[in-house]
Design a protein around this ligand. Structure first.
Ligand code: PEP
Ligand code: MN
Length: 616
């Protein structure tokens, strides 16, 4: 069994998860990841059976990132662990406190030890990604002027001397961690089988409109039922005026009748509620794991090897269980993506527009301003173009990416652009808001995994000859890497028909919406390929329940360097947007699904949506 933590050997969280499992008779190898997000990704993708995420420090306060990751990756919390953070100053053999000029430490540790650090007149603190790295760097450097703040266990692992003890600002400071497991973990997995204690806690995140008494009414729901709260923390709800998001821990399990009733009422008063889950409460004083001996290197190396050889299982069509993350039962009410203030997947109908290719600064800026003024909420533009002929315009490459990003900033529109290779993913993700996987790359599995790892929103186009199941399986690759931010896009498929560029398969929309919770977009431009037929297909896309459209617009279509036959003029685009306003949304509420699709949590049963024959 593999347990993921952030950092390298000697990190506090490693000690915590290793000891937690050992105390329960479970034998696990620990797997260090560079960031907490990667811990969440590894657990969500079931590359690790358990993980540990910090959620609070007694001196510094709430670690909101921890709560947010549990929510975003829908991890199932198992238990909270309070662990005393026993900070020592560690240096190389022969070093003394007076020699120290630099102290490497995790940023949380720097905050926890601020008084001690101030007392070291000649030394400055240098933030380090984790406690283990801090200790290892000191050992590697062999410099007596450099020390690390780390637990006593790290002194043993890295053969360092202790130069000072009790470095924390308070002798009983501790950190609170959540042990988490994958939401879809098999019910017979030893972690899923751990018995619950009778002291349970529940964490929720809810958003409230900024109105007098709103928070008080929510809190009263708990107070009136004798439900004790142990945390209340707020932050602004970005992009929603002065609304706020509240992080709450409460005593009791969400299935307890009083808690359940209070939560039901809070849901009514809130704009949004996320139930992170219920877990075993820590009872008694914080544990002293910092001294704990660790099972060493060999087991960890094996764990890394196993993780590296992990691949998603082959899929079987028409089976929700084979695609547990994209299938509708994973989120019976559908999922929505929030991209730069634009919400796709519920309510509004999203219009994404822009040129097929970014051709020049003038062209993309002009188009961006024009489509924004006419109602687009997102800007598309290709910089790397997958062209059938090697002699056709191949796109401006990185210059095009820079120009699209500039146009996005100038208009405030989030941007979408296609990535064609694994190498392009990380640099593109730094500049562009949504990574498009083009039709020709829908089954480029390495590319799917790479955009999955990037965590960025992905617009996944259906392949030219791909079935609906293959499209869903391609999306599953991305979700399996821990990236839930995927939009599916029907863009026309190859059929015997030659009157249109492709055959826009609008029947895919209700099928995809029934099978999957992911937002579904339609690209009539590539679907039909002829300017004058795009408008009716945009209307049809909205009527059939798509969550939005993607269309190509150019300031001067005859001059377009790619796909000129299907480029809309600014006027064409304006009239499409006007027409669409007349058509009611048909995705305001979740579509009717197969009864099994309403299973609220856990693995979908194999009795998913009825098989539907899809012709390829
Ligand atoms: C595009 O969006 O410009 C594009 C090349 O699309 P597709 O991959 O659907 O052909
Ligand atoms: Mn195009």
């Amino acid at each position: 069994m593999i347990a993921a933590f952030q950092g390298i050997d000697g990190a506090f969280s490693q000690l915590v998860v290793a000891q937690f499992l050992r105390d329960r008779g479970l034998d696990a190898s620990t797997l260090g990841m560079p960031t907490y997000r990667e811990v969440a990704t590894a657990v969500s993708a079931e590359r690790a059976s358990a993980g540990v995420i910090p959620i609070e420090n007694a001196i510094v306060g709430t670690v909101r990132e921890g709560y947010d990751l549990v929510a975003e990756f829908e991890l199932a919390p198992v238990a909270e662990v309070l662990c005393r953070t026993d900070h020592r100053l560690l240096g190389v053999h022969g070093a003394s406190l007076e020699d120290v000029r630099e102290v490497l430490a995790h940023p949380l540790t720097i905050a926890e030890c601020s008084r001690f650090l101030q007392s070291l007149k000649n030394a400055r603190a240098i933030p380090c990604e984790d406690t283990g790295v801090a200790a290892r760097e000191v050992a590697r450097g062999g410099n007596s002027a450099v020390a690390a703040l780390a637990p006593p266990a790290a002194a043993r692992i890295y053969d360092l001397d202790e130069l000072a003890a009790n470095c924390g600002d308070h002798p009983s400071t501790y950190s609170r961690f959540l042990i988490v497991r994958p939401k879809h973990q098999a019910a017979e997995h030893p972690i899923a089988l751990l018995a619950h204690s009778d002291r349970r806690k529940t964490s929720i995140i809810f958003s409230l409109e900024d109105a007098p008494g709103r928070l008080a009414r929510c809190l009263a729901e708990f107070a009136e039922r004798g439900v004790n709260l142990s945390k209340l923390e707020s932050k602004p709800r970005l992009g929603h005026g002065s609304d706020h998001v509240f992080y709450v821990d409460l005593d009791g399990d969400a299935r307890n009748a009083r808690v359940e009733e209070a939560l039901r009422n809070v849901r009514r008063l809130s704009v949004q509620v996320t139930l992170l889950g219920s877990y075993d409460a820590h009872v008694g004083v914080p544990l002293d794991y910092a001294r704990g001996a660790l099972r060493q290197a060999q087991g960890d190396t094996q764990a890394i090897a196993v993780a590296a050889s992990w691949h998603p299982q082959p899929v079987h069509v028409h089976n929700n269980e084979a695609l547990p993350r994209v299938s509708r039962p994973a989120r019976p009410h559908g999922s929505a993506l929030e991209i730069g203030g634009v919400r796709i997947g519920d309510g509004e109908f999203a219009i994404i527009a822009g040129p097929c290719s970014v051709e020049s600064r003038e062209q993309v800026l002009l188009t961006a301003h024009a489509v924004k003024a006419r109602g687009a909420v997102m800007l598309r533009g290709g910089a790397f173009k997958p062209r059938t002929s090697p002699y056709a315009f191949q796109g401006l490459g990185w210059e095009g990416v820079d120009l699209l990003a500039e146009a996005g900033r100038a208009t405030g529109l989030p941007t979408v652009s296609e990535v064609m290779t694994v190498d392009q993913v990380a640099p593109m993700a730094r500049q562009i808001d949504v990574l498009q996987i083009g039709a020709r790359n829908m089954q480029n599995f390495d590319l799917l995994k790479a955009v999955g790892r990037s965590g960025k929103p992905v617009l996944l186009k259906r392949g030219l000859s791909a079935t609906i199941d293959e499209l869903l399986a391609a999306a599953e690759y991305i979700l399996a890497e821990g990236n839930p931010n995927v939009m599916l896009c029907e863009r026309g498929i190859r059929t015997f028909e030659t009157a249109t560029r492709n055959t826009l398969d609008l029947s895919a929309v209700p099928v995809l919406r029934e099978r999957s919770h992911l937002p579904v977009l339609v690209d009539p431009s590539h679907g039909v390929g002829v300017r004058r037929w795009i408008a009716p297909l945009c209307r049809a896309a909205k009527a059939v329940g798509a969550h939005g459209i993607l269309v190509e617009v150019h300031p001067n279509p005859p001059e377009a360097k790619s796909d000129k036959e299907q480029a809309l003029t600014f006027d064409d685009f304006a009239s499409i947007v006007n027409d669409l306003a007349e058509i009611p949304l048909c995705h305001g509420k979740a579509p009717k699904c197969h009864p099994d699709a309403t299973i609220p949590q856990g693995r979908a049963t194999s009795k998913g949506a009825e098989p539907v024959e899809v012709q390829s």
